[in-house]
Design a protein around this ligand. Structure first.
Ligand code: LMR
Length: 397
């Protein structure tokens, strides 16, 4: 059975963790995967999460199955984070949300559901995009194309190219958009540009699929949901995959959600019924722990305030690391202007380093980054930032 099975390549992101873990150098630094680590270089257990967990342990609850679509209070809290507390769409019962296994799980059930709805549709992702987007939609059976996004010259968006590509797609094309903190580039659209994107999506009858895995890491919870809210206000059928891996530092608990905006309460009921079939045949129903913790934090005012403060602290620390890196590269005499790193948002910087330079960083200095040059700024701290800046300066010589 397995004699002809070929060895698959390592995952471009998670495969780096395997190599990093096997590296015995004590000075190694993992700037590969998108994980926030604190000043001590540790993945934090947020105080709000800890309090919610302690209360949960004390309650000693039984471990029954969750509903197929997950915890009702969780799903409701996700909708409010995405659309705001006073969303008329939520009030009208037009939003369907299902708890999912992280953002990836949400994308997967959304992709499987879309494949049933419109099997001939193409999927368009940004160039570049998160590596798993293409793989995930292809494995759901779609042809995946890429629309222009990043402009390496300006370190900004090739907006004309993006708009032209979207304007050329057939009706029904699924367009995957990063709602905030674009992964991998850290370069986002402005509000005015988002408005134009909404217009073309609407005019061409495209299907927007917004991926929001970093809500709160750009400017804040509400500001980072601006694109989702623009699409919602445009009366479009919108898919949204969200994740709490980063914002709650709950990576391994797989806490995400798929939300779908429909045209009526009746349509929402029918859509949910079909989505539940997709979930049931994938993994039956989601796990309890992470969803229960997030629902408790979001539903308890004191914990919610604590969480927002902790999220703000993570956001501020990442910004400080961006500044710190730019300053140190300058001080190390690097002629290239890296000030664009300060303008990028979220956890990542598309550094402009080549694959060969990334290889040198890993081999000579034990510093791991994605081969595209993406570095996770959220993994820098005062202990490793000098070494990283000096190593980057070396490989740029
Ligand atoms: C990343 O882009 O590094 C994260 O989203 C983790 C992952 O699953 O790839």
């Amino acid at each position: 059975l397995f004699s002809a099975v070929e060895l698959a390549p390592r995952d471009p992101i998670l495969g780096l963790n395997e190599a990093f873990n096997a590296d015995t150098r004590p000075t190694k630094v993992n700037l590969g995967v998108g994980v926030y680590t604190n000043e001590e270089g540790k993945i934090p257990l947020l105080r709000a999460v800890r309090e919610a967990e302690q209360a949960r342990v004390e309650a000693a609850l039984p471990r029954g199955y969750l509903p197929i679509e997950g915890i009702a209070a969780y799903d409701a809290a996700v909708q409010k984070l995405l659309l705001g507390d006073n969303s008329p769409l939520i009030a009208a019962g037009r939003v369907v949300t299902a708890q999912a296994l992280g953002g990836t799980g949400a994308l997967k059930i959304g992709a499987d559901f879309l494949k049933r709805l419109n099997p001939a549709a193409k999927v368009a992702i940004s160039d570049p995009s998160w590596e798993n987007h293409r793989a995930l939609f292809e494995s759901a059976g779609f042809e995946v194309v890429a629309y222009p996004y990043y402009d390496a010259q300006s370190h900004g968006v090739n907006f004309e190219g993006m708009l032209a590509a979207l304007g050329s797609y057939d009706a029904g094309t699924i367009v995957v958009l990063h709602a905030c903190c674009h992964n991998p580039t850290g370069v986002d659209l402005s509000d005015a540009q988002w408005k134009q994107i909404v217009e073309v999506v609407k005019a061409r009858n495209l299907v927007p699929f917004l991926d929001i895995a970093y809500q709160g890491f750009g400017d804040g919870i509400d500001a980072d949901a601006a694109a989702v809210r623009l699409f919602a206000a445009a009366e479009l059928n919108v898919f949204v995959s969200s994740s709490f891996s980063k914002s709650f530092s709950l990576y391994g608990e797989r806490v995400g959600a798929l939300s779908i905006i429909t045209e009526s309460k009746d349509e929402a009921a029918r859509v949910l019924s079909q989505l539940k079939r997709v979930i049931r045949t994938n993994y039956s129903n989601p796990p309890t722990h992470g969803g229960a913790i997030v629902a408790t934090v979001l539903g308890t005012p004191a914990l919610r305030a604590m969480w927002e403060q902790e999220l703000g602290e993570m956001r501020d620390r990442i910004r400080a690391m961006r500044n710190g890196l730019v300053e140190r590269l300058k001080a190390a005499g690097v002629p290239r202007d890296f000030s664009f790193v300060n303008a990028q948002r979220g956890m990542f910087s598309y550094s402009g380093l080549s694959a060969a330079q990334v290889d040198r960083l890993r081999e000579e200095f034990g510093i791991y980054a994605v081969s595209t040059g993406r570095i996770c700024v959220a993994a820098l701290n005062m202990r490793n930032i000098d070494a990283v800046a000096n190593a980057v300066a070396q490989v740029l010589k």
